[in-house]
Design a protein around this ligand. Structure first.
Ligand code: ADP
Ligand code: ADP
Ligand code: MG
Length: 476
């Protein structure tokens, strides 16, 4: 039995991340409890957990209902809750309610989630602590449009409008010229209000062609904080990550050291505990700027696990249970390169529209140094209500070059039948010359999108035709 104060964990999430947490619990001999809503009863996380409880008939409500989740945790005797990513993971009111109920939240303290949950508050706090931030403004909501225009002029176009409470690439507008400013400001506010129930918008200098570099942080409850190297998440579409790589294929050790020190200082500035991520933008001149802190486990934590050998979910649980962090910064080294691709049920040719349906065949890539984190299986019916992520394919090689070759091979092997997925799209990226050399920035994918889609158009339509033929046959 685990010697610290956590014996049973309720997992307030679904899908692949819930399964990942179940696995960590089992490795540590900690009892684990899944929750699910009625339309999600066939999801694999329900089947692998020790216990599972239904939290309602509606697809989403139960996963977002703090009172219900805490009630189930108490009833089943859980002493801790793991929120995963998305859902309630960055909701400080939920974190506070968990604390007030006398349960352990596997994450940072609610007040830290509160502070870092507002990008603008976070920026100001970092600035005060000597961490470089992108030149920008405080919230613009109470200013006249003329005043906003003059602020933009001073910063210099292009500028970017961002929702203070944003996440998942939403509530972001890039503004190239003054004529586009007012319209973008209004639409950014609307989107921010709709998605985050907070229409606060601020402005930053738009850094052109940067890399998105983020550092994994791990801290215990006694002030010990280390970083576990960086991830390069520059391969993005609509400001959302598509491919993540650890470590960054082009970064010098000197820069890694400087950014790592800044990341740990940023975490210390907020008294951070548990796992978190400091996101930076890195420009062409090796200048880096704090962008935001994510106060939860990230989707892409697996690439860090593969290169550092540290089980991040197990470590989250251990530090939450009161263990002293027994890892020193000097022990942490990235060995080789790991690459993750997010395989989603989306039709790339149709603007990446969600394509739920029944999976009729599932043949994941296998072989040495290939990892697949997923909740899908043959005959699983993908419900239309959730995020379209189906699987995360993670490959590891002793160098970036070898990792890319392995990625190309694994994507060639990977087959999901019955629904349209982004496998052909990802496969096409893995074959591209600049990607293979590690030459890319956050504009890489958008700039080549049409070309990549053209390359996969015939493959995509073959898959769509096969799905239609199979459906026709089944209907006969
Ligand atoms: P990561 O930084 O871990 O890669 P993403 O930005 O891809 O995170 O978001 C992880 C998941 O959480 C996605 O499913 C995304 O849609 C969701 N998400 C992130 N932030 C929010 C938010 N503020 N509100 C709702 N969902 C969010
Ligand atoms: P989210 O909470 O949605 O993840 P972020 O603030 O992390 O929002 O920004 C998401 C992405 O948008 C970044 O990874 C980056 O590609 C782009 N981005 C954000 N701020 C800037 C900026 N000031 N200049 C250039 N790109 C930016
Ligand atoms: Mg971000």
């Amino acid at each position: 039995m685990f010697q610290f104060g956590i014996h049973k964990i309720l997992i307030a999430n679904r899908g692949e991340i819930a399964i990942r947490i179940v696995r960590a619990c089992k490795d540590l001999h900690i009892a684990n409890v899944a929750i699910y809503t009625k339309p999600d009863a066939e999801c694999l996380h329900v089947k692998v957990a020790d216990e599972a409880y239904c939290v309602g008939d509606e697809a989403l409500k139960g996963y977002l209902d703090p009172a219900k989740i805490i009630e189930v945790a108490k009833q089943c005797g859980a002493d801790a809750i793991h929120p995963g990513y998305g859902f309630l993971s960055e909701n400080y009111e939920f974190a506070k309610a968990v604390e007030d109920a006398g349960l352990i939240l596997i994450g940072p303290k609610s007040e830290v989630i509160y502070k870092m949950g507002n990008k603008n508050v976070a920026r100001n706090l970092m600035k005060e602590n000597g961490i470089p931030v992108v030149p920008g403004t405080d919230p613009l909501n109470n200013l006249s449009i003329d005043k906003i225009k003059s602020l933009a002029k001073r910063i210099g176009y292009p500028v970017i409008l961002k929702s203070s409470g944003g996440g998942g690439g939403r509530g972001i507008r890039v503004v190239l010229t003054e004529n586009e400013l007012e319209e973008n400001f209004q639409s950014c506010k609307r989107e921010a209000k709709a998605f985050f129930n907070n229409d606060e918008v601020f402005m930053e200098k738009y850094v052109e062609k940067p890399r998105h570099i983020e550092f994994q942080i791990l801290g215990d409850n006694y002030g010990n904080i280390i970083h576990l190297c960086e991830r390069d998440c520059s391969i993005q579409r609509r400001h959302q990550k598509v491919i993540e790589i650890a470590p960054c294929p082009t970064m010098s050790d000197d820069l890694r050291k400087r950014m790592g020190v800044a990341a740990v200082a940023a975490a210390k500035a907020v008294g951070y505990t548990n796992a978190g991520t400091i996101e930076f933008l890195l420009d062409d001149y090796d200048h880096f700027y704090f962008m935001e802190m994510n106060t939860r486990i990230q989707v892409e934590h697996g690439v860090t696990e593969e290169v550092t050998g540290v089980d991040l979910i197990a470590r989250q649980i251990r530090v939450a249970a009161g263990e002293i962090l027994d890892l020193e910064q000097s022990e942490i080294k990235a060995r080789g390169t790991a690459i993750e691709v997010r395989i989603t049920a989306e039709n790339a040719q149709k603007g990446f529209a969600p394509s739920p349906g029944k999976i009729t065949g599932y043949f994941p890539a296998l072989g040495p140094s290939v990892r697949v984190d997923t909740h899908i299986y043959a005959n699983y019916e993908i419900p239309p209500f959730y995020d379209s992520l189906l699987a995360k394919l993670i490959v590891k090689g002793s160098s970036y070059d070898l990792a890319v070759s392995k990625l190309e091979r694994a994507l060639d092997e990977f087959k999901i039948e019955g629904v349209i997925t982004t496998l052909p799209f990802l496969h096409a990226i893995s074959r591209r010359r600049h990607f293979r050399k590690g030459f890319f920035d956050t504009s890489y994918l958008e700039e080549r999108l049409d070309d990549i889609l053209e390359n996969t158009a015939s493959e995509d339509s073959e898959i769509i035709a096969a799905i239609a033929a199979a459906k026709l046959k089944a209907a006969k």
